[in-house]
Design a protein around this ligand. Structure first.
Ligand code: SAH
Length: 393
């Protein structure tokens, strides 16, 4: 039995839903939600708990403000624009907390003042920190009102000196009235290092830059991908599609796990170029990436008669579209592995699949990627009904 987790800010910052609970109780809540939306399709396996329930977050976006003349960093209270200063967050990688503390301490010396949105004065708006689980590396992005952040390169050098794992520091300008920390078109200037760090999952290296999509709990993400690959049982005859492929994690792991040919489909241009770069770094020649809306791409390829043997899909919270699912059915995969971050839209999509497509769920495995938050990830294996296996299986 684990102890109740505590945080001095519990109930104030609003970032965690389950911080005052025992982890077993949190898992039970999450399991009940899974059952509510999914048990009508197939029995739901017990949730795979996260290997770490604190300190797992490898991406931290701190909001900057000023209190009693000093720089503070923290989080906007849920649903508001009120900054709650955070000295240390139990969910975040400890290295990120140490870097933030150094920035707060050094701010006075380097004349770094937080940005005031109303008066349009000051500089620093957010600090984004990403850490590598496998390598001892961290990336720091100072999001501010201009590139003329006073003494920015001195600050960067001081950060690296105090924390040798700080391998990259850059500045991104954001003066827009937006809740987005980094707007899509914002320019980035690297002032220390290369602008990216590396992480390794299941023996493959991934490049992580300021904007790359990357799971925030990489150790548990490795378990999630392992479950998905075990369900897929890939062999060299397989043609695999990884829809909503992000920076290509699943496609690349599939390509390295014995699949014949893998195609990733992703709408975000930057994610697609990161995916190609990751394929190059890992010397994988049997994988390619298409920048496209997944539904349109699937529909067009299905119309041309393209088939695939295994389909992975890992859509955003809104789930897949009916157009996507209908096209997926026409491509005739033997197996569909649906990875979802929202049991409700997953349930909706399974209902569509059961009504209109010859597939049935044979395994539902929830994976807890986000301890203390309400979110839960689910992997579902769907098999085609009543057809003999093809592709030499
Ligand atoms: N499979 C990846 C990331 C999945 S996150 C991983 O495990 O790391 C979902 C991805 O879907 C995001 O990268 C997002 O940019 C992409 N996306 C959202 N809408 C899309 C659409 N209509 N077509 C294609 N990709 C889309």
């Amino acid at each position: 039995m684990t102890k109740k987790r505590t945080c001095p800010l519990a109930g104030r910052c609003g970032g965690c839903d389950y911080i005052g609970m025992r982890y077993e109780d949190e898992l039970l809540e999450k399991y009940l939600e899974e059952e509510q939306f999914l048990s009508r399709f197939c029995s739901v396996s017990p949730i795979l708990p996260s290997p770490e329930i604190t300190g797992y977050r490898c991406k931290v976006q701190a909001v900057c403000g000023t209190e009693d003349g000093r720089l503070v960093t923290g989080i906007y209270r849920k649903g508001s624009h009120r900054l709650i200063p955070v000295r240390s967050c139990p969910l975040e990688d400890k290295r990120a907390g140490k870097i933030l503390q150094t920035i707060r301490t050094l701010a006075g010396r380097y004349h770094i003042v937080s940005y005031d949105e109303d008066r349009k004065t000051g500089h620093l708006r957010h600090v984004l920190i990403r850490t590598s689980e496998y390598y001892d590396e961290a990336l720091v992005v100072l999001v501010g009102s201009s590139f003329d952040l006073p003494s920015a390169s001195d600050l960067a050098a001081a950060l690296h000196q105090k924390h040798p794992y700080v391998r990259s520091v850059s500045i991104i300008v954001n003066t827009e009235k937006t809740s987005m920390v980094i707007p899509d078109d914002a320019e980035e200037r690297v002032i220390y290092g290369k602008g990216y760090i590396m992480d390794r999952i299941l023996g493959l290296d991934f490049r992580i830059s300021a904007r790359s999509f990357y799971q925030v709990n990489p150790r548990q993400a490795a378990n999630l991908y392992t479950i998905a690959m075990n369900m897929a049982e890939l062999n060299e005859h397989d043609t695999v599609i990884d829809a909503y492929s992000g920076t290509g994690t699943i496609a690349l792991i599939a390509a390295a796990s014995g699949a014949g040919r893998v195609i990733g489909v992703e709408a975000n241009e930057r994610a697609v170029s990161d995916a190609w770069e990751n394929a190059r770094i890992n010397n994988l020649g049997n994988v390619s990436f298409e920048r496209a809306d997944a539904s349109k791409w699937m529909k067009e390829r299905a119309k041309e008669g393209m088939e695939c043997s295994v389909l992975f899909l890992d859509p955003p919270r809104s789930g897949a579209t009916e157009e996507f699912l209908a096209a997926a059915g026409r491509m005739n995969p033997e197996r569909i592995i649906y990875i979802s971050c929202n049991p409700e839209t997953l349930g909706r999509d399974l209902r569509y699949i059961y009504r209109f497509m010859p597939y049935k769920a044979v395994g539902i495995q929830p994976v807890d990627l986000f301890p203390a938050s309400r979110h839960i990830e689910t992997v579902v294996l769907l098999e085609r009904r009543g057809r003999s296996r093809v592709n030499g299986r």
